[in-house]
Design a protein around this ligand. Structure first.
Ligand code: F6P
Length: 363
């Protein structure tokens, strides 16, 4: 039915646990089920722009990678081929390398391309599809903020890492009678803070969807003190911000770098200690949440997505992204996949549950 012979696969954007499970499943399914060759493209689309950055992926390449974090192909969150930024004589120049990518695919004989990434990478996938490139997308992000899929792989590993960190910080908080502020990832959506915060027994959870008031935070900490609790746990998403304020960012030294979020944890720590007099410590979990071995859930979701992406190619259903809906693997058009981010709805059961248990969100 299908005359395809060779497919390409690349990972773009920030890495996350479970990417290797996708790559492994895609390679194995292509070989065993369809007899296709697979070309691995290194460092996102850079591999189709720069020389010597592609290689055949054979069985041996995917042995023992299921439990490995990161991506064996490498990735980058710079390098959009349609607006590729380079520094020339101190100035940023933007180039369009989309034709280079298409020509390279032709030269390599790649019949279809699997693109694994978050919102930014999937937008690029859609732009290539609109130029006639046969692509299929696989959603990835620890932030779990893609509307079109119930969950993304990487999220479960990230919340488990964050939960374990909270557990460890709790014992030292208790010993020293301190307030511990733990900043977790989550640019636009508070899924990591919400899930890890509840699983880790946080007292205060701050997410981008609910702007907070420092007074509410100090009241809660004082109230806990009156109830006899000498320590408190505050979990804050990097994208959370105070009422009337804005998100905290770190301006990069390298002009080619993206603006990063960060700093809200320290701000909250300062405010808590000055408003309550409580000794406060801040831990920024950062990229710890992106690393390490994927959980069983993430390995299995990545495996299902990888095999399903190859199936979509076989069915010539290009321009689509695999997704999870009501526990089943389905697919949606890429347009739909990137239409909007998935924020935490204020009516979410975990928010209601938390509030009923006395956990506050600072509103
Ligand atoms: O989008 C995923 C994410 O982990 C965000 O939560 C975070 O802000 C960002 O990546 C950090 O990216 P970088 O690797 O560029 O520091």
């Amino acid at each position: 039915m299908s005359r395809l012979k060779k497919i390409g696969i690349l990972t773009g954007g920030g890495d996350c646990p479970g990417l290797n499970a996708v790559i492994r499943a895609a390679v194995k399914t292509s070989h065993f089920r369809y007899g296709w060759q697979v070309i691995g493209v290194e460092d996102g689309f850079d591999g189709l722009i720069k020389p010597h950055k592609t290689r055949f992926l054979i069985q041996e390449d995917v042995v023992d990678i299921l439990s490995k974090g990161g991506t064996i192909l490498g990735t980058t969150n710079r390098g959009n081929p349609f607006s590729y930024k380079i520094l020339k004589k101190g100035k940023i120049i933007t180039c369009d390398y989309s034709e280079t990518v298409i020509k390279k695919m032709r030269t390599l004989g790649i019949d279809a391309l699997i693109i694994i990434g978050g919102e930014g990478t999937l937008k690029i996938a859609l732009d290539f599809y609109r130029l006639g490139v046969p692509v299929v997308g696989v959603p990835k992000t620890i932030d779990n903020d893609l509307e079109a899929t119930e969950v993304t792989f990487g999220f479960d590993s990230a919340i488990n890492t964050a939960m374990e960190a909270i557990d460890k910080l709790r014992s030292t908080a208790e010993s020293h009678h301190r307030v511990m502020v733990i900043e977790v990832m989550g640019r636009d959506a508070g899924w990591i803070a919400l899930h890890a915060g509840i699983a880790g027994g946080a007292d205060i959870i701050l997410i981008p969807e609910i702007s907070f008031d420092f007074n509410k935070i100090q009241q809660k900490i004082r109230q806990r003190g009156r109830q006899g609790y000498k320590y408190s746990i505050v979990v804050v998403a990097e994208g959370a911000y105070p009422k009337g304020g804005k998100v905290f960012t770190i301006t990069p030294k390298n002009p080619l770098d993206n603006v990063r979020l960060g700093g809200i944890g320290y701000k909250i720590g300062e405010e808590i200690s000055s408003l309550t007099g409580h000794e406060t410590r801040v831990t920024v979990l950062g990229h710890l949440q992106r690393g390490g071995s994927p959980t069983a859930n993430d390995r299995n979701l990545g495996t299902r997505f990888g095999a399903a992406a190859v199936r979509l190619i076989y069915q010539r259903q290009f321009g689509r992204m695999v997704c999870l809906k009501s526990g089943n693997i389905e697919s949606v058009p890429l347009e739909e996949a990137i239409r909007q981010l998935k924020n935490v709805p204020l009516s979410h059961d975990l928010i209601l549950t938390a509030k009923e248990m006395g956990i506050i969100f600072g509103d």
